[in-house]
Design a protein around this ligand. Structure first.
Ligand code: G3P
Ligand code: CA
Length: 249
């Protein structure tokens, strides 16, 4: 018996409970821990390269300081994105989206979060172009999902690459989610991914009734799993994919 069943396990910023977030080390760890997806956050460099880092600045997760958009890709690659977490991860770099697609496409699903679309011009065009390049080879259904807190950005992105499934993230501070909103959103997105504190059995039922699915974020504590499973969520975004591994003992 395992608790996983059909549940999609999404490694949040990679297996970020075990390795520095949004690095190749964290993504490799997610594969090792048998996650179904890696979640990753996008920002863009001064020279227009899509890169995988959570914050709009490099301060928290690298040894540098400043805004991502003020670095060229070459400059950004000189930073160490692993040492802040533990010295054994020194030498980890800020990955490009291209590198992540090349390395992981076909090995694990990608849940790409577009973090601060307002900071960058034409991010929707850039991302669509980059995904289109990969689609020419082999781009299976839901191998890549794009999510954002910004519904209007998702609408713009959709006009550039209609076949990519979309997710809308919902913050805890919203005052519930209405039927009208869900109906509206369901015309564009396949996933509503709320803060886990918003999840109730009723909300999940409503999401399902509009033919969408839900993968709440972010599980960091085993105690928070059962209520989500009881509510019948479709996936869980977690720093610890190992919580859901089959017991192979
Ligand atoms: O995948 C959803 C979750 O990652 C959103 O919050 O701050 O971790 O990007 P954050
Ligand atoms: Ca994220």
């Amino acid at each position: 018996h395992n608790i996983k069943g059909n549940l999609k396990v999404v490694a949040h910023r990679g297996a970020s409970g075990h390795a520095p977030e949004n690095t190749m080390a964290a993504f490799n760890k997610a594969v090792e821990l048998e996650a179904d997806y890696i979640e990753l956050d996008l920002q863009m460099t001064k020279d227009g390269k899509l890169v995988v880092i959570h914050d709009p600045t490099v301060d928290r997760t690298t040894n540098g300081t400043g805004e991502v958009k003020e670095f060229t890709y070459e400059e950004l690659r000189k930073l160490d994105a692993g040492s802040w977490y533990h010295k054994k991860f020194s030498g980890q770099k800020v990955p490009s989206l291209e590198e992540v697609l090349l390395t992981f496409k076909g090995k694990i699903g990608l849940l790409i979060e577009v973090k601060n679309p307002g900071l960058y011009d034409d991010l929707h065009v850039k991302l669509a172009e980059e995904l289109n390049i990969f689609r020419k080879e082999k781009f299976e259904n839901e191998e890549v999902i794009v999510q954002s807190f910004d519904f209007e950005w998702l609408e713009k992105f959709h006009t550039k690459i209609a076949h990519v499934p979309l997710g809308l993230l919902v913050k805890y501070r919203v005052q519930g989610v209405s039927n009208v909103q869900l109906k509206d959103w369901s015309s564009l997105v396949q996933f509503i991914n709320p803060n886990k504190a918003l999840v109730t059995n009723k909300l999940v039922k409503k999401i399902h009734s509009y033919n969408m699915r839900t993968m709440p974020y972010t599980v960091r504590d085993k105690k928070t799993i059962k209520p989500l499973l009881d509510a019948k969520v479709d996936g869980i975004i977690t720093d610890y994919p190992d919580f859901f591994m089959n017991n192979k003992g």
